[in-house]
Design a protein around this ligand. Structure first.
Ligand code: PEP
Ligand code: MG
Length: 558
């Protein structure tokens, strides 16, 4: 038995087969070849396999996400049949006598550039598709598929799931995490990563045991072996001995019992002993998370990270695609508030098709509302979908990374334009509440002014801590300095809540700190109106609220 310790991201105990996740590194070298015929035959074979994979994906997507969303795999098949694309690859192989991988990479660059420079939006988006099909070809050629990097437990493209597994990886980007089949993942363990990264947040949303910063080898001593992840203690056991296995099974049972006990709190109002009500909502990143939201009886959705729709897509999600998702969330939540945050791409959340330039300091860079305000066509597509969907439920729109009144004015102007356009087109839309995230010190400090312009505040403590303490939330080395309980943060939260109430609006917390059970009483005492937490944290927080007497708590502090 080997034992490794890491930092716990989410509690619980997972027992199952370990699957080492290896990243695809599509590093393509130019190699001289002598047998052109054989190289071209490799290309044909890879092309046929890629087309087969896409057919499988189309069928799967058709069943799971409908025809509109499945269509992309059809488009990719057609692109792989495109004679210009194929001829270019064959010509490079034949004329330069080089390996097919190099020819694919060259063709991909040339075609992607050509598409990217076109005027038509639709054609520009095809640049990402060319890259995508080329990567698929390279993957097939190199047998180093993203999913193929996984052992059998994880369902990937064209692969059948056998059993859910514990994923062990060096690190996982949010875009990689969202692509995993969630039913097939028992737990995440990463060597790197930080407690406040979006991958950690996704693990919390999935409510599965997860560890980061766990120094374990990513080789055959781990891959395929039985593992136990103890998310309570931050430990992973590889090939556990009988005694540990028995002990951990017992602990797992205990954890399940605790969960069951919490189930009895379902249906109860979240109100303190002395009658202070709290809106207790859930954070989601995906429509599939709705099941856990319902299971945990959240009073609404306090943060739908809509950028994950973009991260999961291979092209800009269309208005119709987005509309269907927002409508479904609104309808499922049946009149409960659903706060959808507009696109917060950038920093650690990168989408290839946005084609963003490299930045030295992406967390301080071109992200979130800054992209929306400078690329209004992208912003407007989302706003149209949101406004139209808001007639199907209680949708509220929330804008991220706000720093100034000027930004709010510009947002409002764009919203006005979108409404006018919808009017002209005769399309129906609702009047959703509009709020902002308070996640920059600038916004916290001028929250008295901002409060006069919006319907609500939601404090994003993840970024607020990062920007206030000047600590990169992605940097695992800094986790020990990332003090979310820092007096400066608590002072700002208090101030933001006071300023919100002064202007007659409500204020909540949707950053990870909202789920910190050691602060729940403090937040209630500050008058925080809403907490939005990962679905698995809803019932534990409700339990604390039900047991709290705020006035007594405040009297004790005095
Ligand atoms: C935050 O910054 O606290 C927040 C909720 O947004 P995100 O974690 O997605 O940046
Ligand atoms: Mg944030």
């Amino acid at each position: 038995m080997k034992v490794y310790s890491g930092k716990s991201v989410f509690g619980g105990v997972a027992i199952g087969k370990i699957c080492v996740y290896k990243k695809t590194e599509q590093l393509v070298r130019r190699e001289k070849i002598t047998d052109v015929e054989a190289e071209l035959a490799r290309f044909e074979e890879a092309r046929e396999r890629a087309i087969e994979q896409l057919k499988g994906l189309y069928e799967k997507a058709l069943k799971e996400v409908g025809e509109v969303n499945a269509a992309i795999f059809d488009v990719h098949q057609m692109m792989l049949e495109d004679e210009d694309y194929n001829e270019s690859i064959r010509n490079i192989v034949g004329n330069q006598k080089v390996n097919v991988e190099y020819a694919v990479a060259q063709t991909s660059d040339n075609f992607a550039q050509m598409f990217a420079s076109m005027d038509d939006d639709y054609m520009r988006e095809r640049a990402a598709d060319v890259k995508d099909i080329s990567e698929r070809l390279l993957t097939v050629l190199g047998e180093n598929d993203f999913e193929k990097g996984m052992s059998d437990g994880v369902k990937g493209e064209g692969r059948e799931a056998k059993e859910p597994v514990i994923i062990v990886a060096d690190d996982l980007a949010p875009s990689e995490t969202v692509q995993l089949d969630k039913d097939m993942v028992l737990s995440f363990v990463t060597v790197h990563g930080s407690l406040n990264s979006h991958t950690a947040i996704l693990a919390r949303t999935m409510a599965i045991p997860a560890l980061i910063g766990t120094p374990l080898p990513l080789d055959e001593t781990v891959d395929g072996k039985l593992g136990i992840v103890d998310g309570v203690d931050g430990t992973i056991y590889v090939e556990p001995d009988e005694e540990t296995l028995a002990k951990m099974k017992e602990k797992q049972r205990g954890e399940l019992e605790k969960k069951e006990m919490l189930q009895t709190l379902k249906g109860r109002e979240t109100v303190t002993v002395d009658g202070q009500k709290l809106m207790l909502y859930a954070n989601i990143g995906n429509i599939k998370d709705l099941a856990t939201v319902m299971q945990n009886d959240a009073g609404g959705i306090g943060l739908f990270r809509s950028e994950f729709i973009y991260l999961e897509s291979e092209h800009y999600p269309t208005e119709e695609e987005q509309f269907q998702i927002y409508k479904q969330v609104a309808e499922t939540m049946a009149g409960k508030r659903v706060i959808i945050r507009t696109l917060d791409i950038g920093a650690d959340k990168q989408c290839d098709y946005f084609e963003m330039e490299h930045e030295e300091n992406p967390a301080l860079g071109y992200r979130a509302i800054r992209i929306c305000l400078t690329r209004p066509e992208v912003f407007k597509t989302q706003l149209r979908a949101l406004l139209r969907a808001s007639i199907y439920g209680k949708i509220a729109i929330m804008y991220p990374m706000i720093t100034s009144m000027e930004e709010i004015k510009r947002i409002k102007e764009i919203v006005r334009e979108v409404r006018k356009e919808l009017d002209t087109e005769g399309l129906r839309y609702g009047e959703p509440e509009q709020g902002i995230m308070i996640e920059t010190p600038a916004a916290a400090l001028i929250s008295d002014e901002l409060a006069t312009e919006v319907d609500f505040f939601s404090i994003g403590t993840n970024d607020l801590t990062q920007y206030t303490l000047a600590i990169d939330r992605q940097n695992t080395k800094l986790d020990e300095f990332y003090d979310a309980h820092h007096p400066a943060i608590l002072k700002m939260i208090r101030m933001v809540v006071e300023n919100a109430h002064g202007a007659g609006i409500w204020a909540g917390i949707c950053g990870e700190l909202g789920a910190d059970e050691s602060l729940t009483r403090e937040f209630l005492a500050m008058g925080v109106d809403e907490l939005s937490v990962s679905p698995g944290s809803v019932l534990p927080i409700r339990k604390i609220v039900l047991e709290t007497n705020v006035q007594e708590y405040q009297a004790r502090l005095r």
